[in-house]
Structures are given as C-alpha cells and as structure tokens.
Design a protein around this ligand. Structure first.
Ligand code: FMN
Ligand code: SF4
Ligand code: FES
Length: 681
C-alpha cells in the first residue's frame, strides 16, 4: 500500500482526500485526525502542513492538538493496541496486577499495551480492549494469554455480505450493550439467529450487569428472562423449551419482577433494556416523543420554566440547576446558539451515559431537541469519549433514523422537526482519550478542534460557549431526563427526592461488588442501602473497607458513613461528592495510601497543564506520598499544605477536587500512611 493512499470497503482514496473531506466541518481538525488514524493507523508528522493549511491553523497548533490527546499516535503501532484499564473500579478488582503482567508480557510481543482510565465496564473489571474488542474479568494469566493470541498474525478478513435481519415469530432479546458484548453477547445472538422461526432483537441492558448476557424471550405471558447466558448454554436452553419460556436453571422470570428492578424508580432509564435502540417505532410505542410534542406546543420560555420547576440539577457532577442554565441561554442575545451534550463520562465507576446512549438513544435525541426549542438553538453536538465506540455507533445510527423520519434535520434537508417549523441538526463528535475534556470548557475547546485546555470563566458557556456563541452544556443524563419531565410534568419529577436534590439519581454500583449495575431511585437512599442491600456487599465476600463516590475526584468513605443519605447537600456536608452517581466498592485488602497516590498520579497525567497547583502540585503529591509511606512522616504536613494550595489555587475542579480523595484517605484511613516497621520516623 502506498503510504499516501488507503483502501477501505473496496474504495481507494488519498490521505489528502480524507483530510479535505473534513475541511468544511466546524472544528474539523479532530474528526480529520481520527479519520486519518483510522485509515492509516497513525498520523504521519509529514501531514502537519496539509492539516494546518486545510484548517487555517499554524503548524504548532496542529502539532499541539496531536500531542495533547493520548489517542493520536505519530508512529505506526507495532501491533494490535491493547488498552488495559488502570482506573479505580478496576483497581478494586485487581487491575494493578493485570497492568503489570501486561507490560511484562508485551515486552517481547508485537503488541502495543496502553493504559486507559475506564472503559465503562466497571462492574466486571479488570477490563481490557484489544483493537476495540472488550474483555472483562481479566486476571494476570488471562492477559498473558490474550496478548499472545493478539500477537499472532491474523488471516485477512474478507468482508462478508451484511446479514439480513433475522425474521420469525418468536422474538428473542439479546443485549448489544458493551457490557453484554464483553461477556460474549454477539456469539449468543448468532446462535439464536440461526434458530428457525426466531427473530433476534438487540436491546440495551436492563442494568443487572452480573446477569449479562441477559436473554429474554417474548411469550404470550410476557418477556421471560434467562441469565447469564453464554454461547455454550444456548443448545441446552433451546432443548429445555426456553423459546416458550420453559423452566431452566438460568431462568429468572420477568425482569420487572426482579427485586432489583422493583425497588427502583426508573424515570431516565425507563426504556433502557426494554426497547430496541435502533427501532423508532418501538421508541414511540413506549412513550417516546410525548415530551417533545408537548414542548413544541408550548412557548420556549414555558418549557424552560417547566424544567426549572422540576428541580432538575445537572447530572454531570456540578449539580447546577438545569432550568437556570437554559434561561441564561434563552435570554442571551443572538440567533446562533448551541446545545452541547457532554458524553465524555470519564469517571471510573460510571457507565450510565454509555448505557443510555446504547440502550435508548432516541430519548437523548428527544431531550436535545427539546433543549434546542427551549433556548433557540438549531444545532446540537454530542461529544462522546473514544473509549465508547458502541455508544458512538448507537447514536449515529439513531440520528440517521431521526433524519429519515423528519424528527431531525440532516444535511440538505428542508423540513422541520415533526413539521413544527423548528429546525434542529445533531452532530456526533468523538474525544481522543483526555479525561479533562469532560470539563465543559475543555470539551468546547475540543469540539472546536483544539487542545482540551480549560477556559477561565467568565464568560460562561451559556453566554459565550461553542464557537463563541451561547451554549447549553448538559450531561447525557440531564438531557435524557427532560423528555420525561415534559411528558409527565414538572410536579411529578419534583415530587421525588429530598431537600434540594429533586428527582432520581442513576446510581452506578461498581468495583468489588456482588451485584453491580444501574440502579435508578430517588435521592435520599443511604449509601449503606445501595452498597449492602442492593449491591449485596463485596463480590469477594470480604468485609468492605471503603467506597469512592463521585469518580476520581470524589472522597473515599468508610463503612461508618454508610448511614449517609445520598443527596447533594448531605454529601457536601460530609466533604464528599455525589458527582455522576458512581459508587466504587473496595474490600479490606485495599491500600488507601496507594489510592491517595493514584489520585495525585491521575491528576498529574490528566491535568490540562494550565495552572501550576494542578500541573506541578499533583506530581509533588505523588512524591510526597511515596516519602510518607517510606517512613518520612514529617512530610504529612507538607501534603496537607499542598492539598490546600491545590484546592484554593486551581482553576477547575480537576486540581481543585483532587485533594478530596487524598484528604479523605488521610482522615479515615490514617493507619495506611503509617511508617512500615523499621522505617525512619
Ligand atoms: C475534570 C472534570 C471532568 C468532568 N467530566 C464530566 C463528564 O465526563 N461528563 C459531564 O457531563 N460532566 C463532566 N464534568 C462537569 C462539566 O464541567 C459540566 O459541569 C457538565 O457537563 C454540565 O452539565 P450538567 O449541568 O448537565 O451536569 C467534569 C468537570 C470536571 C472539572
Ligand atoms: S486545575 Fe488542572 S485541569 Fe483544571 S485548569 Fe488548572 S491545570 Fe487545567
Ligand atoms: S472499566 Fe475500569 S474503571 Fe471503568
């Protein structure tokens, strides 16, 4: 192959043509870099002048973007890319050993091992992706085997003709959710598809992730579930009469009758797992578009009032009232405004955005259209992290369906949303492996095709956001909750919850937990109820020692804080964060000094570099913790001082909140920082 040309799907094109095809995209540099790397495998530095000329940037700017993002490589990989998750939820399940084993085994193999911080499968770690294919529950021996087989030359794969959708009277549901895929759902689906008279629907996951792949069969009495089903179980299941709902050791009955489901109050996730995420009719049959139709019948200001009255606060972490943000954008002058959906979901222990996009993408689209109507925005962008290829595919497929249906405007379309006269376009953009791009202003920079460096506020994004225009930035869950609020009314949503934390929170139970997954319920449930009653305690059956709530910037809480009700104010009073609702469980084998060290290390790796307390402070933090655990205890005071400087002197919450996990570990688990026997006092 000529280095300057690539062939895909039988079409040969030049790299120049790939770059040129993105020339008119707003902020097109990032998608162009992704496209080049996808086709060529890396971004040759010799392309920098062409990229600079195409996007009207300096060579330094292009180089700066390529070097900022971990995903972009300027040399060819020596083999398959093996991403090994090193983040907290996987650490709670042994990721440190797996990463060490991977780097050792890879030394002599033609594979590239890279660290990654969360692949969104945080209940089933340690997680690994090999050229995008997910593997879960990986231990040290398994990673060695996986690497050896990845290193073997693979036969050229010739593209087979796309399979027609299976047809038949008996409908079998096999999730296409990434967690189910990691447990082999595709192989299970293929076996059912081969059965005469069976039609397979690839739904999302119901969120009981310990039962994945959870297969359901539609019977006259309703859907009957079996799980976890592996490919080797399928012949016996069929033999036992599973296609008519017959008994079998894996039969669990109706999903909605499971205690896990019955204890939930599902609002945002009510359709996830139930509907076919590629089928717009199924979405409508389950109540889709009701909220949008009502919104379009109201004045924009009335829609904003409805969202304000619901009490909805941003689910991305900062918990800012959504209605107030929307009002600011509605009142901002100008005709060009944007809706930017934050689907960067980089926190370890969180996967709700991913599951919603993969399981019910039309609801997010509906929420974004309502937001656009409410504030006067005609364009929306969904920024999805690159670690979520299945969510990217699900959103792109759903957008294409919506464009065909006239629910969204596509390129060159002349209609309007549901013939309302309102025009709304939606674009998917993919991140490139930078946690900081979850911070809203860094995300906007990235969407504009730049390094994900945090912007100082003011100006607020609501006034000067994407491309300098007024922009609503909201998390996936915030936007996906709006259709239910519009359909059922603000009062119904506001009736749930406690204090100023209204509505439901989509909790994600992860790490070392017996029953992990999605649990949506009203604010006010206690931490102990979630971890012990719902989650069933630790998976290892050892005593739980700590939980980290709210991602890598969240506090570590000991079990004596399990009486804490989960609401924003109660958590703030306890020096903790609800964040995006992720709860990562650790058993009594955890070394809390190592966890505190990791918090500093993560900040050092992911800092955007703009301010000194974060960029340099985090590196000093790692060094200090190393000295303290080596016995130099007098550095404890310096560590406390450093935390104070980071908290007070950082521009954004990356540097500002990293002290939370460190200080909480020092406060609640001081014994782990004690000098080893014989060390210096
Ligand atoms: C370091 C950092 C990472 C963040 N990551 C995310 C993220 O992955 N997803 C998200 O929605 N918000 C994230 N946020 C919060 C966003 O800055 C912003 O508050 C949010 O997207 C606004 O939407 P919401 O009001 O709907 O929550 C992050 C903030 C910081 C400081
Ligand atoms: S705190 Fe860290 S991530 Fe945030 S702006 Fe400063 S350097 Fe960037
Ligand atoms: S998949 Fe490893 S922490 Fe989420």
């Amino acid at each position: 192959m000529n280095a300057k040309t690539v062939t895909a799907n039988g079409v040969t094109q030049s790299v120049e043509a790939i770059v040129a095809s993105h020339a008119n995209w707003p902020g097109g540099l990032m998608p162009a870099l992704h496209a080049v790397q996808h086709h060529v495998g890396f971004i040759d530095r010799s392309l920098i002048p062409l990229l600079a000329e195409t996007f009207n940037l300096s060579h330094a700017e292009v180089h700066g973007v390529i070097s900022f993002y971990k995903d972009f490589r300027t040399t060819p990989p020596k083999g398959p890319i093996v991403q090994v998750c090193r983040a907290e939820a996987c650490q709670a399940r042994g990721a440190r050993d797996v990463f060490a084993a991977a780097t050792t085994a890879a030394a002599d193999l033609p594979v590239e091992v890279e660290e990654v911080f969360c692949l969104g499968l945080c209940t089933a770690g340690p997680t690994v992706a090999i050229d995008g294919a997910l593997h879960c529950m990986v231990d040290a021996p398994k990673i060695t085997t996986l690497l050896a087989s990845a290193a073997k030359p693979r036969a050229e794969v010739t593209a087979s003709a796309p399979k027609p959708p299976s047809s038949g009277d008996t409908v079998v549901y096999v999730p296409r959710d990434a967690a189910a895929l990691a447990f082999g759902a595709d192989r299970v689906a293929a076996l059912f598809e081969a059965q005469p008279g069976v039609r397979v629907v690839r739904n999302g996951s119901h969120g009981m992730l310990w039962l994945e792949p959870l297969v359901e069969v539609a019977t006259p009495q309703g859907r009957v579930a079996y799980g976890p089903v592996s490919a080797k179980d399928v012949p016996a299941l069929i033999e036992a009469g599973m296609l008519t709902g017959a008994d079998h050791p894996l039969r669990i009955g109706a999903v909605e009758e499971q205690p896990w489901m019955q204890r939930q109050q599902r609002v945002t996730f009510k359709r996830v797992g139930v509907v076919d995420p590629r089928d717009a009719d199924d979405f409508v049959a389950h109540g889709g578009l009701v909220g949008l139709r009502r919104a379009l019948s109201m004045q924009p200001g009335e829609v904003v009032t409805e969202v304000t009255d619901s009490g909805l606060r941003g689910r991305g972490g900062a918990a800012f009232p959504t209605g107030i943000k929307w009002r600011t954008v509605l009142d901002a002058p100008g005709t060009q405004k944007y809706i930017a959906c934050n689907a960067d979901e980089g926190d370890s222990g969180t996967f709700a955005d991913r599951m919603l996009m993969e399981g019910d993408p039309f609801t997010l689209i509906e929420g974004m259209i309502i937001a656009g109507w409410a504030v006067g925005a005609n364009d929306g962008y969904i920024y999805i992290r690159s670690e979520y290829p299945d969510a990217v595919a699900a959103m792109r497929a759903a957008i294409a369906v919506c464009e065909e249906r006239g629910w969204l405007n596509g390129v060159g379309s002349t209609g309007s949303v549901l013939d309302s006269g309102f025009v709304f376009r939606l674009h998917v953009r993919v991140g490139a492996g930078a946690y900081i791009c979850g911070e809203e202003t860094a995300m906007l920079e990235s969407l504009e095709g730049r390094r994900g460096v945090v912007r100082a506020k003011p100006p607020l994004p609501a006034l000067e956001g994407l491309f300098g225009k007024p922009t609503v930035v909201n998390n996936v869950l915030s936007l996906a909750t709006v259709p239910a609020i519009m359909a059922d009314g603000a009062a119904a949503y506001a009736a749930l919850g406690t204090g100023r934390s209204r509505g439901t929170q989509v909790f994600q139970l992860a790490g070392n937990i017996a029953r992990g997954g999605i649990f949506e319920t009203a604010f006010g449930i206690t931490l102990g109820e979630l971890v012990n009653d719902i989650g069933g305690g630790s998976e290892t059956k050892r005593p739980i020692r700590a939980v980290q709530v709210g991602g890598p910037l969240g506090s570590y809480l000991p079990v004596d804080r399990f009486d804490l009700p989960v609401d924003y104010e109660a958590f703030a009073a306890a020096d903790a964060l609800v964040g995006h609702g992720g709860i990562v469980v650790f058993d009594d084998t955890v070394d809390m000094a190592a966890q505190a060290r990791f918090a500093m290390e993560f900040c050092a790796l992911e800092s955007c570099g703009k301010c000194t307390p974060c960029r340099i402070g985090s590196t000093r933090g790692v060094e200090l913790i190393d000295k303290i655990t080596a016995g130099e205890r007098h550095h404890l005071d310096t560590l406390h001082d450093l935390c104070e400087v980071m908290a007070d002197g950082s521009l954004c919450a990356m540097g500002g909140l990293t002290p939370l996990p460190v200080r909480s570990a020092l406060t609640h688990f001081a014994e782990d920082f004690a000098a080893p026997a014989g060390a210096l006092a």
